[in-house]
Design a protein around this ligand. Sequence first.
Ligand SMILES: CCCCNC(=S)N1C[C@H](O)[C@@H](O)[C@@H](O)[C@H]1CO
Length: 557
Amino acid sequence: PRRMLCLCRRCPLCMVYVPWNYHEPQPGVYDFTGDRDVEAFLDLAAELGLLVILRPGPYICAEWDMGGLPAWLLWKADIILRSSDPAYLAAVDAWLHVLLPKIKPRLYQHGGNIISVQVENEYGSYYACDPSYLQHLLGTFRALLGPEVLLFTTDGAQVEELRCGTLQGLYATVDFGPDSNVTEAFGAQRHIEPRGPLVNSEYYTGWLDYWGGPHASTSATLVARGLADMLQLGANVNMYMFHGGTNFAYWSGADFKGQYKPVTTSYDYDAPLSEAGDPTEKLFAIRTVISKFQPLPVGPMPPPAPKYAYGWVTLHKVNACLEACAVLPGLAHGFMLYRTQLPRDILAPAMLSAPPHSICDRGYVMLQKEYQGTLERDGQTELHVKGKAGDTLDVLLENMGRISFGANFNDFKGLLGNLSLDSRPLSKWLIYPLAIDAAIQQGWPHAALPKSSCRGRAGPAFYTGTFETPGIAWDTFVKFPGWSKGQLWINGFNLGRYWPHEGPQQTLFVPGSILRVGCPNNITVLELEGAPLNPFLLFLDQPLFNRTLSHSPLDKK
Ligand SMILES: CCCCNC(=S)N1C[C@H](O)[C@@H](O)[C@@H](O)[C@H]1CO
């Protein structure tokens, strides 16, 4: 470990996770194309002179959907994740036998830029505490990567976390933020590793956001001071996050602290380099600290990538029925439609109710296509409805992200219990998996459908619009003045969930790389609760991470 890690003191490096579920959407079906091309990413890092510390899991946490584990593992409902459960290990080994051969030729020992590889992730924080699982992983990593590469673990800097998270043959490192005592934290590491380098594998420069919570922020001064203390000790530090990110599409995870807490689309993390890659005051504070320990690269800092405010774009509601997406091939990641008929006349309002924890995670209820309200996991689970026998009752069920940390992460999604009407269970449900992304990538509903007449009516509906860029395709941020909650696609790229009503983020980051120049950019919005009467989006040249900034004059409905 000494030789390897002293290397990274002199060379810039990046530490990167590999999310298993991003690459194996179905058992035995692998995807390493486009944004999923891991080898191209590693080769680009090498080209830029970056060494790499790779973290392929198989579990990675990271507030990523199910901590990176593929949801299809739950097809075996009683599977014990992150353990030596044979069903789990068989899937893990099959995956590692595909991924690790792509990594081996890029190891430093083979002339590549990968200097070390992390096994699992904070296993000591997990209830299972199964040493034969870690032993199995060590065997598979060694068999597929060879005897030379440095393999390590990362755990919280507490002796009880290191107890279950470490293993002979894996160098034990710790993670902690600026509010920890550096001496105590590294003292915990020394408990396991009496010799070898001090390593903080995740020095928290900020923190994650939950929908409905405040935008996390950590003072630059505090972060810089903690970094200086560690470098003073001669320790090795990886900053988590150094560059913020985005949970596009449905990739955000969730936490469970007594109740389900979904993570936001933005993973800006208040990081030194923002979600859009822009330098912050925190970056310069960190740079100043580093300059006291080693010479900085000569020359000016690269400028931030240009951003552009493309302005207002008017959208139109389209008559797109959701079940149209049910007939298309493709995976239903985000939404399912549950449909039945009222079994009898309900002339006085009746209570439609769901058993506790059966709505996973939000159910938008419609009767004869009229929105009735939203059922929520750990929230509102009943609504009053009335209608005639045979009326169509729809529940559009939204997955808000699978729990990515802790014990409860066999996080099944859907309508997990039957709804009742005045305590009498409903039946004869039809279930439609909605391959909305596949439909949109094939041009639906832009080309297909007439504009809808019923403007402004609440409830799930699709809106479309187009805009042209002025000859450039720069990054931008899109604001949803007066919208409630939904999903945004531009040119078929799923930019993630928006929920200005809940916040804290008020804008979604739009990378310039998904925009087109010289032809219209197609916008598709699935609004779930209620769009403004005059539906438009506003493209800005800066992000709004906090709700408090949202009361701008633009916000009027
Ligand atoms: C809500 C956080 C739950 C525990 N996760 C912690 S401590 N973290 C450590 C974990 O290794 C990393 O992937 C991130 O998940 C990070 C929090 O951003």
